[in-house]
Design a protein around this ligand. Structure first.
Ligand code: SAH
Length: 242
């Protein structure tokens, strides 16, 4: 496992330059073989939950990557990929790892913070979750809404500040945060249901995934992998639906 750990440290949601836009391919290609190879790699890296592996085999990751950044390699190599506005989709391993850790059952209500491209939200929807997702950059929220709808995923996307959560739809069974706050936002913990789970990368340059569980009204906290995500920025503007 030692060698693999080094990979994790560098790759959570690392901001890349535009280097991986070079290999763009023309024409419509669904890249099923590349997706199958990605899933085989995830299995090799220790992802065991067949439902997660199947979901990631089904979601067309390349469709969520804005065109200037899209290629066979940026979509299906195990790396983070830029999506514009200085943001990235996490590498597939981190998406799989966080999703697996949350043990999502069909019908559960899941809140994602940091919609970005919409890819993680699509994986959650493939698992049968009812997905709510908040994105602070309006253009990304709009991009995600468009791709999610085109790919047939029923996900509610709110343009706004994830620090506030989404009280109208609370409580949630799972809260999955894909940008890094320096401290766990209290409003999100409040919006977890009894038996609920939350996964969040916490810290500035050195971050760790933290997993919370709410049991008997108490919060159990576990420190997990070292990771690197883009920061969760402070917003303050009003949360709004389109
Ligand atoms: N889950 C995404 C990738 C997330 S990148 C995917 O699958 O593509 C992190 C995202 O968090 C960025 O889009 C960033 O704009 C967003 N973000 C940062 N701070 C936020 C905040 N306070 N509230 C909501 N979203 C935020």
């Amino acid at each position: 496992m030692g060698g693999i750990c080094c990979r994790f440290i560098l790759v959570g949601g690392l901001v890349f330059g535009s280097a991986c836009s070079a290999e763009k391919r023309g024409g419509e290609n669904d890249w099923p073989e590349e997706r199958a190879a990605m899933v085989a790699l995830l299995r090799e890296y220790g992802i065991r939950d067949e439902r997660v592996l199947e979901a990631m085999g089904r979601v067309k990751r390349h469709r969520f990557i804005p065109e200037p950044y899209r290629s066979r390699r940026t979509a299906y190599d195990d790396r983070p990929c830029p999506i514009g506005f200085g943001q990235t989709i996490s590498q597939p391993f981190i998406v799989a790892y966080m999703t697996e850790a949350m043990q999502i059952r069909p019908g559960e209500k899941v809140l994602e913070i940091g919609t970005g491209s919409g890819y993680q939200a699509a994986v959650l929807a493939e698992l049968g979750a009812r997905v709510f997702s908040i994105e602070i950059i309006p253009e990304l929220a709009e991009h995600a809404r468009r791709v999610l709808a085109a790919e047939g995923y029923d996900v509610q996307v709110l343009t706004g500040d994830g620090y506030k959560g989404w009280p109208e739809h609370a409580p949630f069974d799972v809260i999955l945060v894909t940008c890094a706050p320096t401290d766990i936002p209290e409003a999100l913990v409040m919006q977890l249901d009894e038996g609920g789970r939350m996964i969040v990368p916490v810290g500035e340059r050195l971050q760790r995934l933290v997993i919370l569980r709410k049991e008997g009204g108490k919060i159990r906290r576990k420190e997990d992998l070292p990771v690197r995500f883009v920061p969760m920025v402070k917003g303050g503007e009003k949360n709004e639906m389109p």
